[in-house]
Design a protein around this ligand. Structure first.
Ligand SMILES: Cc1cc2nc3c(=O)[nH]c(=O)nc-3n(C[C@H](O)[C@H](O)[C@H](O)COP(=O)(O)OP(=O)(O)OC[C@H]3O[C@@H](n4cnc5c(N)ncnc54)[C@H](O)[C@@H]3O)c2cc1C
Length: 253
């Protein structure tokens, strides 16, 4: 791992498997469902904030669910779950509650389909957690840009930044009904109006100084946005950290 990667990622947490009950389901916006899971089993969860994420394991109906990672791995050759990655939107170390925000998309997919029907008492299997992005404390300002799948991470990154941090936040959503309150001003990009994330960033008057840019969303949008920041804005590639969160037409990246 490069020095840069060490600076920008927290230490790797010990990976565990948590089989946890759903406590609540909230419809945050028409296309975003918040599932709160929790209980004493989550007591050892090593939360690091920002874009920290977990793998969700989805098993076929009727299969006995594993209680440990060793158990899941031992049965890997006979029953292999479908896995999807989701951000930990919130973890409360006192109540051991954890929120995952699911974008409900139209194409069938095990994670989105599960969330559409999730109800208290259902079980969810989390594996992780991952390391977390650590905002560069020496940056003059922070660019956060993504679509609604990145919104949980953007919100958690904003929670972690100092209150006086200079931020520019761009979030692409369907339309105004998908906007969520965030603690800083946000440029909401409405795809229903044909605007793209890269176009919105390109049109913006951005601050001077060294930026730490965190980007996440659909693969093509990330490629276009990264190219704009490097080629048109002249940013150093070490300042720009894009992550593909999903690919149009592809399942389970
Ligand atoms: C590190 C990381 C963190 C993530 N955090 C979150 C999060 O907190 N919340 C969240 O909702 N997603 C998050 N994602 C994205 C999520 O993992 C993908 O959207 C995933 O493909 C959803 O799985 P699925 O089973 O619903 O659909 P899949 O089976 O993977 O895909 C089925 C079809 O749906 C399409 N599709 C997938 N996602 C979308 C979408 N958002 N909009 C439109 N079409 C889509 C695919 O292109 C495919 O055609 C994250 C991804 C990564 C890598």
């Amino acid at each position: 791992m490069s020095t840069n990667a060490v600076r920008r990622r927290s230490r790797r947490q010990e990976t565990g498997l948590w089989r946890v009950p759903v406590l609540r389901v909230d419809q945050v916006t028409p296309r975003l469902t918040r599932v709160t899971v929790g209980g004493d089993t989550l007591a050892g969860f090593d939360y690091a904030g920002t874009d920290q994420n977990v793998m969700l394991y989805f098993y076929p109906e009727g299969v006995t669910l594993p209680d440990t990672l060793a158990d899941a791995r031992a049965r890997w050759s006979t029953v292999r779950p479908l896995t999807r990655t989701y951000t930990v939107r919130r973890y409360d170390a006192d109540t051991h509650e954890l929120d995952v925000d699911f974008v409900l998309h139209d194409a069938p997919g095990p994670a989105s389909d599960w969330a559409k029907h999730a109800a208290p008492g259902d079980e969810l299997i989390l594996v992780g957690p991952s390391p977390a992005y650590q905002p560069d404390p020496t940056a003059d300002w922070y660019l956060l840009a993504g679509d609604e799948t990145a919104l949980p991470a953007i919100a958690a990154i904003l929670d972690a930044l100092p209150g006086d941090a200079v931020t520019r936040v761009f979030v692409e959503v369907d339309d105004a009904t998908e906007e969520q309150p965030l603690p800083v001003p946000v440029t909401w990009v409405h795809r229903a109006q044909g605007v793209t994330l890269a176009a919105a960033v390109a049109a913006a008057d951005l601050p001077d100084g060294r930026v730490d840019a965190w980007l996440a969303g659909e693969r093509t949008a990330m490629v276009t946005l990264r190219a704009h920041l490097l080629d048109d804005r002249g940013l150093d590639r070490r300042q720009v950290r894009p992550t593909t969160y999903w690919r149009r037409g592809e399942t389970g990246i």
